[in-house]
Design a protein around this ligand. Structure first.
Ligand SMILES: [Zn+2]
Length: 373
């Protein structure tokens, strides 16, 4: 029996490891795929789920048998645990809704998310910042185990770091005694947020970012037939750092973040604090993910200015070219390094979600303003 998992050349080594475990019939019952956002962890999880459920005698996954079709069916909601908004996770279940009701059930919401993932598993903004995996979602998964047939069961737990404390503890109990013929595939880009006890029970598979040419090709493929090559220029590839999911995001929103980063930095270098603050007020960031994408562009821009000073190649040449650093003679490398550290510190404050986005950005504006003095 042969197994064939598809994917980019940069991730070939990880796939070879998985294929040999499949071939030798020693596939672990819990696998954690980790790596940066948007590099294809869910895409690989779907491939593995298919390969495990396929019943073809020669080559798996065949894409044609019942098992393969189940693995690609968004209606098979038992095959997934996904983060959800609290109101969605607490909607009524299909079993509790009276016949003819049009109210959306928890399964309806879940199916919509799974469809989104199948449409484009690389997306980095499928789930909102507040979505989490609650203990109810874990219990409803283990509840479905009672309905066991004689088939292999695979559950993909997407963005597993979004399990809250009680969900993580409930899942740990399941992991301590995994039912036979059952496989869990977890994905995360924040491995450090998972319980050590969960990590120690999963085979760790660290997926690598893609090469720049692969990011370009993969992003164009994901954009579909209407896309032309100019849409994925050097700046987009530079910002994506090996992630087609990020490249897609920047194709859609990058122009805005790039020009905002240039304005923001220029005003801070000019010491125009009032203007600096009004840029933030106009953008009115509420979503921590959006705020951090903007700050990511800003940090790339500052890094590029440092590279420009030392004559190194730039990551986002077009955007960086718009700053004209020569116009600000008082700015030396030290000041830029200090500014970069401040931006990075702000990103981790925002990611920790302990302070509001607005407060974090306001204090960033003050620190940048004072930093060059
Ligand atoms: Zn098959």
């Amino acid at each position: 029996m042969e197994f064939r998992l598809k994917g980019p050349a940069s991730q070939e080594r990880q796939r070879i490891r998985l294929m040999s475990a499949l071939r030798e019939g020693r596939f672990p019952q819990a696998v954690l795929i980790d790596g940066p956002a948007g590099i294809g962890k869910k895409a690989l999880a779907i491939e593995i789920s298919q390969a495990l459920q396929c019943s073809n005698g020669d080559l798996r996954p065949c894409g044609k048998c019942f098992g393969c079709k189940m693995a690609l069916d968004a209606g098979n909601t038992d095959g997934w645990v996904v983060p959800m908004e609290s109101k969605e996770a607490h909607a009524r279940s299909a079993a509790d809704v009276s016949a003819g009701s049009t109210a959306k059930t928890v399964q309806d919401f879940k199916q919509a998310y799974i469809s989104e993932i199948f449409k484009n598993p690389y997306r980095i903004d499928t789930f909102s910042a507040g979505a989490e995996i609650s203990v109810d979602l874990i219990r409803s998964m283990t509840g479905s185990f009672a309905l066991k047939g004689d088939r292999v069961r695979v559950v993909i737990i997407a963005e597993a770091d979004r399990m809250n404390d009680s969900a993580a503890n409930a899942f740990l109990k399941t992991l301590e005694d995994v039912p036979p013929d059952t496989y869990f595939i977890l994905t995360t880009s924040s491995r450090e947020r998972l319980l050590q006890t969960i990590l120690s029970r999963c085979l760790a598979l660290h997926l690598l970012p893609l090469a720049d040419n692969e990011v370009r090709d993969e992003t164009l493929r994901l954009l579909g037939e209407d896309a032309d090559e100019d849409m994925v220029g050097d700046d987009i590839v530079g910002l994506a750092v090996g992630s087609p999911g990020k490249a897609l995001y920047y194709v859609e929103h990058g122009g805005r973040w790039c020009s905002m980063a240039v304005d923001f930095l220029t005003l801070s270098l000019r010491n125009e604090y009032g203007e600096l603050y009004s840029i933030l007020a106009d953008a009115s960031f509420e979503d921590p993910l959006d705020a951090n994408r903007f700050l990511e562009v800003l940090s790339f821009l500052i890094t590029d200015l440092l590279r420009q000073k030392s004559g190194a190649p730039l990551r986002i040449p077009e955007t960086t070219g718009r700053v004209h650093l020569d116009a600000f003679p008082q700015v030396d490398a030290n000041a830029l390094e200090k500014a970069l550290a401040t931006v990075q510190e702000t990103m981790s404050r925002i990611a920790s979600r302990r302070t509001s986005v607005g407060m974090c950005l306001q204090s960033l504006a003050i620190k940048l303003f004072e930093g060059y003095k």
